[in-house]
Structures are given as C-alpha cells and as structure tokens.
Write a protein that binds this ligand. Structure first.
Ligand SMILES: [Zn+2]
Length: 442
C-alpha cells in the first residue's frame, strides 16, 4: 500500500500547531542544555527568558545565535573527553557515530550522534526522501562517495529506513556507476546537483550509450542549489528521459536532510518537525521573519531533540526564498528554494548578489552556453565595485561573440540589477566538480 505521507499527523497539522508543539519541547531543551553543556549554559543564562507559556517559536527570538566559527573555536579547544567541542552534551560512551561537515568552507567540523539521535535522523531523512517520491520498491543509486559526510551514511540509512533498496555506488569510477544502473535495475538516483549534471553531460561519452537508455525514472539532487533551477532540471529531464526531478537539502551541523520536494515541484517542504525548530531571519538585523510566500532570508535551526551535539539557533548561511506555505500535496510546512550561501553573497553597490542567481540568468542562454560560470571578484571579501567579472562557458561547438557577451550582461543587469563584465570561455575550460561546484574564485 502506498500511503501519501511518511508521518501524516506531523506533516498535515496546521503549522501554528506544529510550532506550538515544538515550542513546548524547546522549553525543556533549554532547561536541559544548561546542565548538559557549558558552552550553551552561559549563552542561555545571559539571555532574557520569555514570560508566560510560550506557544510559538517567538520564544527563541531573544536567545543568541550559534555560528560555525563559534563551533570551530569550541572544537579547537580539544578538552579531554570532548573531542566534539565544549558544546558536546553527552559523555563519549553514549556516542555511536561521527558525521563530518563537507569542509567546502574551511576545515571540516565533526558532529556526533547518540543512538537516539541516529534513530531521529533515520526517521527525518526517510520523511525527506518519502516526500521527494522515493518508495519501497525503488532501487536507489546513492552516488555520494564519502560515508563520513552528511550525505553519505546518513542518507544510506534514510533509504533503508524507508524500505527502498540501497545501491551505494558512490565512490566507484563513473563508468562502473553508469554501467551498474541497468544491471541493478536502478529506478532512482541521488547525487549532488553538480555530479548529476556532470553525468547527464557525459554519460554517452563514458559508456557509449545515452543516459535516456538506462531506465532511471527518478532523479534527486542535493547538497547545493542547482536542481531548483529550471534549466538544470530540464537538462536532467531531457537527458535521462524522465519527469521526476526533485531537490533535497540538509546540513551536517543540524541534520543531513531536512527539506524535501513534493509532487507539486514548487519548492522543498520542511520535513524535520519531530526534532528541529526552524526560523527564517533577516541576515543583517537577525530579526525573525514570518513564513510568508515570497519572503527571503537565512534559515536558522534549533535541534531541540538532539542529545550529542545540540544546536541552539544555528545560523546555516543558507539563503532561501519561501515559495509557499500551503500546498496541493496537503503538507503544511513552509516550502523553499535555496538561492545561495550568505558566505558566497557579494554586495555590489548595496545590491546583494548570489552567484547561483547569476548562473540561473546565464543558463537561459542555452544552448549557446553550457550553464557553467565562475565569478572572479576583483576585491577580497563581499563588497565589490562594478562591474563584477563573470566567466561564462560556451556550449560544445558554440562560438561566442561580443554580441552574446553583451546580451548576457544586459540580461543580468535587467534581472539582478548588477553590472557584470562577461568573458566567454571555451567549453570544458571551467573546472567541473563531482561533489559541489565552486562558483566564486577570489
Ligand atoms: Zn507539497
């Protein structure tokens, strides 16, 4: 029997009720944190406590944020018995697994799971993949090659919890991966958006057969923005001859999958109701924003059920746009698209610019361009003077001329209100990544 939801009660309850239920857990979480973690105790004690019985996540508004730099310093202290940092909140004897951040933005950080944390992760990740349309009976090619990162073993556990057949092919050579698809009757693929795009572009060259002949019906991408863009999605659809392309998103620091895209294909639903409270904030002022269609801001997470390395108002650096708060699928949680990392954000004459947004505008010039771009800002840091230099890769066999470069520059200026200078570069000259694309080179 194919039920519609992984956890119907939580996924379909009115959102204010979900937040009220979570708020109750957050209150207990805060009390517990004070006794379990020196790192958090000072921070909770120094904040004003809300009066009365809070029934919404506004109760978090006066508490301090946690940033990755603070966690890094906490972990760097290396107190005996606390390898994960002063925010480690249980003894080592209760920890059963280590999860590493990908390290794409500095040295990796390590997080820990107790047995209860691990069970919660499995349930939430299963809910994310269920929302994204994976079912028992699917043979899922899991193409993340590193077990220790958030998208590695935790995703494998999520697929198995859901009842799908896990085919962990990540880490094998690309040719072997692709040849395994028909052999194992793979019906669904999970990869980073970069690698998914890479496979789509190179399948025929690698195995001599088009991706469309391999029989894959569902393609899931995550780990970075990309599959949310129409051009990339259309390319994957056409290349594999399938309709089902979905996005998932999460982070090692909090839970490796918390957002999953439903059948409506209009954004990713929040799926971690049972263990994570989510806020949207203005990244400049830190003020809470309401989940309203069209709102945009940074996502902040509080892991109110986490035992080993709990997070209080963790600033994700993920900048999102709310694409809906009601959905035809019946789920009640907010829906978002991620438009970039606040760390990648550049500010040109007061205008915030995300590299992925520039890529989206440039991609509309396909088939003349490949869709790969690289921003080369002239100055270090976020603030830049115009024009912003952008290398745009041409499609195979496509010749570029000044009129194409000019047209791209005009379109970027019209859509994003930023002046760029476009340099067209030949097909294959921008570096490809099998894990996550780098869009900015300082
Ligand atoms: Zn939906």
């Amino acid at each position: 029997m194919d039920r519609r939801y992984w956890d119907e009660e939580l996924e379909t309850a009115p959102w204010p009720e979900v937040e009220a239920w979570q708020a109750g857990h957050v209150v207990h979480f805060l009390d517990g944190l004070r006794s379990r973690s020196a790192f958090h105790k000072d921070r909770v004690d120094s904040a004003a406590r809300p009066a009365g019985t809070p029934r919404s996540l506004e109760l978090l508004a006066d508490l301090p944020f946690t940033t990755k730099d603070e966690l890094r310093r906490s972990q760097d202290e290396q107190v005996a018995g606390e390898p994960f940092g002063r925010h480690q909140a249980v003894p080592l004897s209760e920890i059963v697994q280590v999860v590493s951040s990908s390290g794409t933005t500095g040295d990796p950080l390590y997080y820990a799971l107790t047995a209860a944390d691990l069970e919660l992760w499995r349930q939430v990740i299963a809910a994310v993949f269920y929302t994204a349309g994976i079912r028992a009976g699917d043979v899922v090619a899991h193409l993340v090659g590193l077990p220790g990162v958030a998208g590695g073993l935790p995703y494998a556990d999520g697929f198995r919890t859901l009842g799908a057949t896990l085919a962990w092919l990540g880490g094998f050579p690309t040719e072997r991966i692709l040849r395994s698809f028909p052999r194992l009757q793979v019906s669904a693929v999970l990869s980073t958006a970069s690698f998914g795009t890479y496979l789509t572009d190179h399948c025929e060259e690698v195995i001599g057969e088009p991706a469309a002949s391999l029989g894959v019906a569902k393609f899931l991408g995550g780990g970075e923005p990309g599959f949310g863009q129409r051009e990339i999605r259309d390319k994957v659809r056409a290349g594999w001859a399938l309709d089902h392309v979905r996005e998932v998103m999460g982070l090692a620091d909090v839970l490796s999958a918390v957002w999953g895209e439903c059948d409506d294909e209009s954004g990713m639903h929040f799926c971690a109701q049972r263990g994570v409270a989510v806020e949207l904030i203005d990244p400049t002022t830190g003020q809470q924003l309401s989940w309203r269609e069209g709102a945009s801001g940074e996502v902040v997470y509080t892991t109110f059920a986490r035992e080993a390395t709990p997070m209080l108002r963790y600033r994700s650096s993920d900048h999102v746009v709310v694409t809906g708060v009601e959905c035809r699928c019946g789920r009640t949680s907010p829906k978002i698209r991620c438009i970039g990392r606040t760390d990648d954000m550049l500010i040109v004459r007061g205008v915030n610019v995300f590299p992925s947004a520039i890529r989206e505008v440039v991609s509309a010039f396909a088939p003349r361009v490949s869709g790969n771009i690289l921003l080369r800002p002239a100055a270090p840091g976020a603030k830049q003077d115009p024009p912003l230099r952008v290398a745009v890769e041409l499609a195979p066999g496509s010749g570029g001329d000044a009129s194409l470069a000019g047209a791209i520059g005009e379109r970027v200026r019209a859509v994003l209100v930023v002046q760029v200078s476009v340099e067209l570069v030949p097909w294959g000259s921008l570096q490809r990544s099998e894990y996550k694309s780098k869009l900015v080179q300082h």
